[in-house]
Design a protein around this ligand. Sequence first.
Ligand SMILES: [Fe+2]
Ligand SMILES: [Fe+2]
Length: 315
Amino acid sequence: MTAAITRPLSQTALLTELDSVVAQNLDRHLAVAKEWFPHEYVPWSDGRTFDGLLGGEAWSPEDFELPEVARTALVVNLLTEDNLPSYHHEIATLFGRDGAWGTWVHRWTAEEGRHGVAIRDYLTVTRAVDPVALERARMVHMSTGYTNVHSNEVLHSLAYVSFQELATRISHRNTGRVTGDPLCEQLLARVAADENLHMIFYRNLLNAAFELSPSQAMRAVADVAADFAMPGNGIEGFARKSVAIALAGIYDLRQHRDEVLVPVLRQWDVWNRTGLDADGEAAREQLGAQLEELDKAASRFEEKRDARAARLAAR
Ligand SMILES: [Fe+2]
Ligand SMILES: [Fe+2]
C-alpha cells in the first residue's frame, strides 16, 4: 500500500488503487463462503394450492400463526432483497463489470439473489404472509427503484454498504427470532451469515481506503453515517412499518448505533487515525457528535417503548 496521500483521489484513481484489495478479499470471500441451497429450507410438503387459476384455498392469517410484527418484518426484509436489480445497477455502474471489481459485483449479486428466492419460497409454501398483498407491494416497490444518495462516490458507497450489510444481517437474524418458528429462524440465520460476509468484504475495502486517503475516507464515513437510511426505506408505509419493527426490538436506533455504527467504526480505527487534514478532522468531529445525538435519541425511544410496554401490561 502506498503512503497516505493528502490530495483527494479521483473516483477512477480510488477504484484502481483498491483493485488489488478487491482481488485479495474476493479470494478470501470465496474461501470462507459456504454453499447452501434455498430449497432445503422450504417445507414443500406443507404447501397447498391457492385460489385463482387452480381453484385452491385463498390465503387467511390463520394459515400460519405468526405475530403481526413478524409478518411485517418478513415482508420488509423480502421487499428489500427484491430490489436487487436496482442495487446491482448501482454497484455495477460505480464499480464496473471488469476485473476483480466485476467478479465481485456478479458474485455478490448471485448471493443476494438467493436471499429473495429462499424467503419467498418459504413464505409462499408456509402461507406465512398474504401472497397477493406481497406481490402488489413488490410491484410498487420495484417500480420505484432504488438510488443510493451517494451513488457516484466510491468511498461513500463502500461506507454505506458496510453499514447496510450489517444492518440487514441484524434485521434478518432478529426477524427469525421474532417469528418463533425454528425453520424460519434457521433460514434467516443462514441469510444473515451471507450478509455478514458481505459486510466484512466492504469493511475491509474501506479500511484499505483509510490507509490510502484517510481524510477522504473519514469524510465519506461521516457523510454516510449522517444520512443513513435502510435500503428498504422506499417501501410503501415504511415509516409505520419501521416503528413496529423498532418496537419489537428487531431493528431500532440503539442497535443501529451500538451494533452497526460503533463496531464498524472501531474496526476502521476512526478515533485513532492520524494524518487527517482539516476536513478529515472536521468529519471525525461530526461523527463523534452524531453518535452522541444517536445515543440520546435511542435512549428517548427506549424510555417510550418501556412506558408503552408497561401500559400494555397494565391493561
Ligand atoms: Fe441479502
Ligand atoms: Fe448482503
